[in-house]
Design a protein around this ligand. Sequence first.
Ligand code: HEC
Length: 136
Amino acid sequence: MTVLGLARVWALVFSAGCAAAQTPDALQAGSPERGKALLLQRQDSGCVLCHQVQGLPAGGALGPSLVGLPERSTKAQARERIADARRFNPQTTMPAYFSTEGLQNVASPYKGQTILTAQGLEDILSYLFLPSKATP
Ligand code: HEC
């Protein structure tokens, strides 16, 4: 199955529980350029506040460095982790980026919405899983 095919299956699986899920047809293959922009963003995603990421300026150290992630994780595992890290560690400080379940103190404009869209998550994954020399 192609990466895009997997992403579509995944979007279908998740659309059951996620208000903001996009229709699988709207999902394109991840764009590493858009993923990089999302990773760097400090308002919504905030990834670099906690993580060092390959090819990006110094990031935070609240979470493990994501350099070399493809050597220790599959894309599917990373997708699940970013979607809802609570599945792996209920005490995690990492936000659940693709879940609307069990969140606290969500400001009313954001209620029922996931932090990342399904497409945004694919974009981030495509950057994190680029071969190391190819980072844009
Ligand atoms: C508030 C801090 C914080 C933010 C923000 C954060 N993370 Fe994390 N992340 C963590 C911590 C802590 C862990 C270690 C596992 C755990 O405790 O859940 C982790 C683990 C991970 C892992 C697994 C790493 C491994 O070595 O297997 C990935 C992948 C990951 N984060 C990606 C992201 C991405 C992508 C974003 C932004 C969309 C993000 N994280 C935002 C704190 C954070």
